[in-house]
Design a protein around this ligand. Structure first.
Ligand code: CMC
Length: 425
């Protein structure tokens, strides 16, 4: 086994190199502090692996993303969201019988306890759906006790979550509009059911367009997992305290909300709208993004891991053209987005900083075409990311190296200081 030797004063520590199945290497520093008294410092964890994982492989230099070994391009083309969810959570593609059973379970668990509707009614109308979603997922624990004694019970909790979160999301939209809640239908598949719960209404039945169903399948497949990103690491970290699954997922939803993470899809549309409103001056947006004195960043550009085109963005861009074409929508935001991309990818700053479109750059335009309101975009991401969060949580439960997550720090505050009574300050 390869090792790395750390010499610190008179102490020598030999640290093993751990090699992943795709050849990536990491130094196992578990014994570093014990042997040398040193810890590592890595703000933002850009160089730190928190676990070993067999779920998702990413190569940020080559623009590769695979779930359980299968390229995301293949899944986007051939799979459906529920099948990809099964793959991530169970580690293998389902047989048709297994997929059928999974779909039946998803259907059987898709209703929400009627009392949960009272919660919704009392959120202020202007609440952000991500805040509501996070609260409602935690609340699920009170209505549906977590079962995790054996594999079958874990599966029931997992299926409940996958199914009910989708219903909760559509319900929150209906209630925010003051509209009648639409219940899930047993004859519809997972994405069609979601669209129907969102847009059907008693006086205008919703026509379910197959192109949109397919687009939603692809949108959710592309979001289904992304290894140890901010929200997934949050789910693992909160879960490491052995909290219930609902609470761990609710923490993941909260982490996803931020504009640098899942909230970027909403931020992209807001940015494109403001560029359009100010006359479509794409060059000015590029200049502002490069100006270090200006806090403005090109939303939907850049990624911590991808230093090339995000493979998901490529699929999303194609999907965007396909959906708009099929629905005969001429969205001026798509023109602005394409102009921005063209300007950025040929600009020295963006080339030198390896900044390319990420998944959020085109996804909002697809969601707009479906009729999804901007403040629901990150909720759409959350529904898609659920299988990944669950798979990662499950993996951490079975990890023989599992420990409570508890990072250290280098303290830089005051030395021992005497307490000053209030009248002497
Ligand atoms: N526009 C302009 N400059 C940028 C951008 C951007 N979008 N992203 C990074 N930079 C610059 C940054 O100013 C810095 O420059 P310098 O080294 O000269 O000071 C350099 O690139 C590195 O930036 P960083 O913030 O240290 O990089 P990071 O790896 O910590 O950040 C990121 C990754 C995604 C937070 C960042 O690229 C960003 O803020 N992008 C916009 C928000 C966005 O689209 N987020 C969605 C990410 S994909 C969805 C998901 O997986 O969550």
């Amino acid at each position: 086994m390869e090792t790395v030797k750390i010499i610190f004063g008179d102490k020598v520590c030999e640290l093993p190199i751990i090699v992943g199945s795709e050849g990536e290497k990491g130094i196992d520093i578990s014994n570093l502090r014990k042997t040398t008294g040193l810890i590592t410092l890595d703000p933002g964890f850009a160089n730190t692996g928190s676990c070993t994982s067999a779920i998702t492989f990413m190569d940020g230099e080559k623009g590769i993303l695979r779930y359980r070994g299968i390229p995301v391009e293949d899944l986007a083309e051939h799979s459906i969201f529920t099948e990809t969810a099964y793959l991530l959570i169970n580690g293998k593609l389902p047989t048709s019988q297994e997929l059928n059973q999974f779909s039946v379970l998803l259907n059987d668990n898709s209703l929400i306890h009627e009392d949960m509707q009272f919660f919704f009614q009392n959120f202020p109308r202007a609440s952000h759906p991500m805040g509501i979603m996070s609260a409602m997922v935690t609340a699920l624990r009170s209505f549906y006790p977590e079962l995790k004694i054996n594999e079958e019970e874990i599966n029931l909790t997992v299926t409940r979550l996958l199914s009910k979160v989708r219903t909760l999301a559509a319900m929150s939209y209906k209630i925010s509009r003051g509209h009648k809640v639409i219940y899930p239908r047993p004859d519809l598949n997972y994405p069609a059911n979601f669209l129907n719960m969102m847009f059907d209404n008693p006086v205008r039945p919703y026509y379910i367009d197959n192109t949109l169903v397919q687009a939603l399948n692809v949108f959710w497949i592309l979001h289904a997992d992304h290894e140890q990103n901010c929200s997934t690491s949050t789910v693992r970290m909160v879960g490491s305290g052995r909290v219930n699954l609902y609470a761990a997922i609710s923490a993941g939803v909260a982490a996803l909300w931020g504009p640098l993470h899942g909230g970027a899809n909403q931020a992209v549309i807001e940015m494109l709208e403001s560029i359009l409103k100010s006359g479509g001056d794409v060059k000015r947006a590029i200049e502002r993004a490069k100006d270090k004195k200006d806090p403005f960043r090109l939303m939907g550009f850049g990624h911590r891991v991808y230093k090339t085109y995000d493979p998901r963005a490529r699929i999303m861009k194609k999907m965007c053209d396909k959906v708009l074409d099929k629905l005969k929508i001429n969205d001026p935001l798509l023109d602005i987005a394409k102009q921005l991309e063209d300007a950025a990818v040929s600009d020295d700053y963006f080339i030198e900083h390896h900044l390319y479109p990420n998944i959020d750059f085109y996804s909002g335009i697809v969601l707009r075409a479906m009729g999804i309101p901007t403040n629901m975009f990150t909720v759409m991401f959350a529904i898609g990311r659920l299988p990944g969060w669950i798979a990662q949580w499950k993996e951490s439960l079975d990890d023989p190296n599992w420990r409570l997550s508890r990072p250290r720090q280098i303290y830089t505050g005051l030395g021992k200081t005497r307490y000053t009574p209030i009248d002497q300050r």
